[in-house]
Structure formats: C-alpha cells, structure tokens
Design a protein around this ligand. Structure first.
Ligand code: ARG
Length: 457
C-alpha cells in the first residue's frame, strides 16, 4: 500500500522498518474515537466554510458506513496501513472519492492521535470508575453483613487488637473510594481538546476549535497548540491512578491468600474463583488473588515506561510518543480484567466467623484494654503498660490467657484489679468500647457504612 506521504520519497519504506513503524495492530482499538473525531472535525470545517455542507455530509456518511462495517465485521482492518488514522482516511477516500481527501484539512495526525487517545481513555477511565464502584459495593455488602464478626487486627502481622471483619473491609472501601476520585481528578484535567493544534503551530485556516471541543464533550480546548500535541500528562496521571488501584487490590489479594490458607482459614473462596492442583488432590488455590497480585508489577511497569518515554523528548511530537498507547492500553486492560474477577470473588467469598474469633482469643489482643482498665482507675498509663506486660509474660509461662487468670493472680500484680476486669477484657467489650470516630466500635462502623453508601449514591 502506497504511503500517503510517499510524494517526497524516491524509495518505498523497507518492509521490516514499515512493520516496526506501524501502530495499527494496537491503535485500531481507537477506531470509534477516530471516526467520531473526524466527523466533528468535518462538521466544523463545513460550518466555517472550509468545505461545503454536501462535502461534510458525504464525509460523515462515509465515515459512518466505515464504522458500521467495522462493527458488523464486513470490513477488516488493513494491517498494512500505518495506523488507524491512515486506515480510516484511506478507506474513506476509497468509498467517497476525492472528497475524502479534504477531511485532513486544518488537522495533523499529531493532534488527531492526541484527540483519539483522550477520547478513548476518557471512556475507559469512566468504565474503570464504574467497576471500582461495583467492587466498593461488594465490599460494602460483605461489611454490612459481618458487623458483629470479631477478628484479630494485626500490626507486623502479629495479632494486635480486636476489630470487626466489617471494619477491616471498610478500610479497603476507603482506599478504593480515593482511587475513584483520583481518576475523576485526572478526567477533569484531561478534558480539553487538543484538536486544531495541528502539527504543532496551529493553522492558517479560520477553524473553530471550541465548536469541535464542545461537540466531543470537552470542557474547552488545550490553550497552547504545542502543549496540545505534546501533552501526555493525563496518561501518567491515569496510569498512576491505575497503579495505585493495583497496589490496593494486591494488598487485599495478599490478605485473601493468607485468610484462605489452613493457617488462618478466616474465609472460604467460592469454587468458581479457585483452582486445583495437577498433582495434589486436596488443593484449592486462590489463583485469582495471586494473579492480581502478580499483575500489579506490569501496571507499575506501564507507568514507568510512559514516564521514561517522555522524559527526554523535545517538544513537540516525536515518534517515541507512539509508545504511549501500548503502555496505557495494557494498564487499562489489566485493571479491567483484575476488577472483573475480583468483584465476583469478593461477592461470593464466605467469612468463617468462628475461626476469626478463635484466632482473636489467642495472642493477648485485649492487653491494651487491660492497661486502659488500670489507667481509668488511676494508674498512669506507662505503669499500667508495665504491669500488663508482666501479666502477659506470666500467662505465656503458664500457657494460659488473660481471661483465665484468677482475680487473686491479678491482685498479686495490683490492688486496683476487681471482678469487673473480666467484662472489660472480653473481646465484645473491647470492640464495643472503641467509640472514637473511625474506630472499630459498632457505632463507628455503622457511620462508616453510611459514608460508603452515600459515596455510592
Ligand atoms: N501512529 C502515530 C502515533 O501513535 C500517529 C501520529 C503520527 N504522527 C507523525 N507525525 N508521524 O503516535
């Protein structure tokens, strides 16, 4: 296929160089956005009198027929075309003749690709927001139905203090809610149209950039044409938001993997989201969670690739920038696929409250509450901390727990201890008594549930 730019050259591009240079095998994803952008561009050209109304209609009809044929499978992408922009334009000219050649007036592929990628990513980012909200909803539902389920809360992966399973899951809701707003922020900043920046310097034609921007749902136009064609900040912002989502999913994955092990057995994953082993008949592996954890690295890599690609290139467009797409497409698809399995995995996950409770009974996770008990009765906290530390040491030696020591044994350490201490260190009381905002206390968890519900509205 002869290149559109062939005029200046005496020789055709080498086959291997051509393949290396081509991007159609990945930028064909943006066929819809490319066509939508071209139709609005042509409409603007006709409105300001650069082409006639009839020419616009011919172009719009031609492009619409290409879109239909691509979608119903009667037209295949020509893998020999350099990119999706060249493909659509060549196909248009094939269909409507010379009028098709007028489409590229007052436009360059540099602003065209910048436009297409913004439109495409705006769509994808909104899709990811919807998925994130679905996941937050799934975690919310699990939290709501497990408000009374007590488990050990950990620091350093050592049992620390009693919490509820609901409280733990709600922590992830908060993270994922921030992820939603991170994408929303990026969407606000990126919602300006680069089209009309042309190659880099703008154009001598009397175009109306604002009109095209408005027709394509942008809040305005990029105010500097050089920036318009050079800016990929929004890719970095989105990739960074995606990397953060993956980091959050990966942390939760790690917990799901731990929780579903025999060592913990806090949850049971549904059979549909686990796999067996080829040799060990008893195995039920949390592959989905492991894969999500494993795929986190490639999304980090996509972010790094884009940052690195951009750092050394002078303004304005450089071919390096073609590398923006594979990275951000990969990051986008990875996040979408991960959320796609994560949502039903969370929805079908079954907590095992007895095991969580049994784990909470061991490990002296009510020791802080015992120290608080002494403190509330007048002992300075540091002294109370020391007394309780000594008592815990005694329990370890005697192979027993705080709730099983007799009052006499307690009194040997301090006169302050009375019979009411047992109620104070029961796990239920420990949770109940946590009244600070955001805490694991039942009331606080209810407040957090309302907060999440409001967000999802
Ligand atoms: N396929 C190219 C890309 O993705 C389109 C822009 C080409 N512009 C150019 N001046 N060669 O970046």
């Amino acid at each position: 296929m002869e290149k559109m730019w062939a005029g200046r050259f005496e020789k055709a591009l080498d086959k291997q160089a051509d393949d290396f240079n081509s991007s159609i095998h990945f930028d064909k994803k943006m066929y819809k956005e490319d066509i939508a952008g071209s139709i609005k561009h042509a409409l603007m050209l006709s409105t300001v009198g650069i082409i006639t109304k009839e020419e616009y209609e011919k172009i719009a009809d031609g492009l619409t027929s290409i879109l239909e044929d691509l979608e119903n499978g009667t037209l295949a992408f020509d893998e020999n075309a350099e990119d999706i922009h060249m493909f659509n334009e060549a196909e248009l000219t094939k269909r409507i003749g010379d009028t098709g050649k007028k489409l590229h007036t007052a436009r360059s592929r540099n602003d065209q690709v910048a436009l297409d990628l913004r439109l495409y990513m705006r769509n994808q980012a909104n899709g990811i927001i919807a998925l994130l909200k679905e996941l937050i909803g799934a975690l919310y539902t699990q939290a709501e139905s497990n408000q009374g389920v007590i488990m050990p809360g950990y620091t350093h992966l050592q049992r620390a203090q009693p919490i509820t399973f609901a409280h733990h899951l709600l922590a992830y809701c908060m993270m994922l809610m921030r992820d939603v707003t991170r994408i929303e922020d990026a969407l606000k900043r990126m919602n300006y149209s680069p089209l009309g920046s042309c190659a880099l310097a703008g154009t001598t034609y009397p175009t109306n950039r604002d009109m095209v921007a408005k027709a394509l749902g942008f809040d305005g136009v990029c105010m500097n044409s050089i920036d318009g064609v050079s800016d990929r900040d929004y890719c970095i912002e989105l990739e960074s938001a995606f990397a953060t989502i993956m980091m959050h999913l990966s942390r939760l994955s790690e917990e799901i993997i731990l929780w579903s092990s025999w060592e913990f057995k806090f949850i049971e994953l549904d059979d549909s989201y686990t796999t067996g082993s080829s040799i060990m008949p008893q195995k039920k592996n949390p592959d989905m969670a492991e894969l999500v954890r494993g795929k986190t690295g490639r999304v980090y890599g996509d972010l790094m690739a884009t940052l690195t690609m951009l750092k050394g290139i002078p303004l304005a467009y450089n071919k390096d920038m073609q590398e923006d797409k594979e990275a951000i497409f990969d990051a986008t698809e990875t996040v979408i696929k991960c959320l796609g399995v994560f949502i039903p995995m969370i929805k079908t996950m079954k907590p095992i409250p007895e095991n969580m409770y049994a784990a909470a009974c061991k490990g002296f996770i009510n020791a802080t509450d015992l120290a608080d008990y002494l403190t509330k009765k007048g002992m300075p906290f540091r002294s109370a901390y020391k007394v309780v530390g000594t008592i815990v040491g005694e329990c370890i030696k005697k192979n027993t727990t705080l709730d099983k020591l007799s009052l006499e044994e307690y009194k040997a350490h301090s006169d302050i201890f009375e019979d009411d201490l047992y109620n104070e260190i029961s796990l239920e009381t420990c949770v109940q008594k946590r009244i600070s905002k955001g805490s694991t206390g039942y009331e606080s968890v209810k407040e957090q549930l309302t907060y999440v519900k409001e967000f999802l509205k």
